[in-house]
Design a protein around this ligand. Structure first.
Ligand SMILES: Cc1ncc(C[n+]2csc(CCOP(=O)(O)OP(=O)(O)O)c2C)c(N)n1
Length: 319
């Protein structure tokens, strides 16, 4: 990895952070319809994985999908437009936060059904294999997905058919308001391994660790060696969704403050870049300023954009 690649990873994580801060503000000030599940705190997972992918590789995403979409190369202006239901949005404003997709960059879509998109990713991997391309498909899912039957059907097929699919489990410790340990038995990595799938655990707050682990999984899949499973240990800094502001009944403020102070993925990368003399704190600050300006301009674009014409209400909604 060279300096530019590290700074790109820093900028991508920063872009997700700032985008989501705006989303939180849009929602709490009543400007955004629907609901949003923020990814703040988990940025290193999406960025570390997507930086190991090519533009023509596929991803599938979740209800907590803004970070995946931005990390795969989407731009903030059209994403804000989508969240606000505006015409220039990636799905003409008809998908919103939980159904955003960006086909041009291989993002086959967010999905509100827990683990629902694992089957779509395996399908994309199957298609890539049949077409004799070396594209791979990544499916992101939360550890709540470990309780869904579809994941096990998909892992079984992916292993049997040696599909180039990488299962990225984002363990942020909570399924909605329930600690995952109360719902999930046994050794998590033993589950994919039971199907013969190579599985690895990584520090989801350290973008370099995620990137290295994802790189290994992607290289195997491209060589035709089949699926892999990446367990990324992470934490969401905010609520399950934007309305989940009083979290005291399921986790403590102390715990949240500890993660923010000690395990912030942006801080971890910046500290390392400075310690290794790859970038100065001023250079990192400049990257942050540029990203802030770009995201703010994207928001203004979306706020000023038109809603879709009412005559289009039934276009793009049926296949
Ligand atoms: C099949 C299904 N069951 C229940 C829900 C309601 N639900 C939405 S998010 C969520 C918890 C998801 O936890 P996890 O998969 O760990 O993802 P996280 O929200 O932590 O990112 C649940 C149960 C759903 N969307 N889909």
């Amino acid at each position: 990895m060279n300096r530019d690649q590290y700074l790109t990873m820093y900028a991508q994580m920063y872009r997700i952070r700032v985008f989501e801060e705006h989303v939180n503000e849009l929602y709490t000030s009543g400007k955004m319809p629907g609901l949003a599940h923020l990814y703040i705190g988990e940025e290193a997972v999406a960025v570390g994985v997507c930086q190991a992918l090519r533009p023509d590789d596929y991803i599938t995403s979740t209800h907590r999908g803004h970070g995946h979409c931005l990390a795969k190369g989407a731009s903030a202006d059209r994403m804000f437009a989508e969240l606000l239901g505006k015409a220039p949005g990636y799905c003409s404003g008809k998908g919103g936060s939980m159904h955003i997709a960006d086909q041009e960059r291989g993002n086959l879509g967010a999905n509100a059904i827990v683990a629902g998109s694992t089957g779509i990713a395996a399908g994309a991997a199957f298609a890539a294999k049949r077409a004799r391309s070396d594209r791979v498909a990544v499916c992101f899912f939360g550890e709540g997905g470990l309780g869904q039957g579809i994941l096990y059907e998909v892992m079984n097929m992916a292993a049997l058919w040696t599909l180039p699919v990488i299962f990225v489990c984002e363990n942020n410790l909570y399924n909605e308001y329930t600690p995952y340990a109360e719902t999930t038995a046994g050794d998590l990595l033993a589950r994919p391994r039971a199907f013969g799938i190579v599985a690895e655990e990584t520090d989801g707050q350290d973008v370099r660790a995620v990137h290295a682990a994802a790189g290994r999984a992607v290289a195997r899949a491209r060589r035709g060696e089949g699926p892999a499973f990446l367990l990324c240990q992470t934490y969401r800094f905010l609520g399950h969704h934007v309305g989940d502001v009083n979290r005291g009944y399921y986790r403590t403020k102390d715990e949240e403050q500890r993660w923010r102070a000690e395990r912030d993925p942006l801080q971890i990368l910046m500290t390392w870049l400075i310690a290794e003399r790859i970038a100065t704190s001023e250079e990192c600050a400049r990257v942050g300023e540029q990203v802030r300006a770009e995201v703010a301009a994207g928001l203004q674009f979306a706020l000023a954009a038109a809603y879709p014409d009412p005559s289009e209400v039934d276009t793009h909604v049926y296949a």
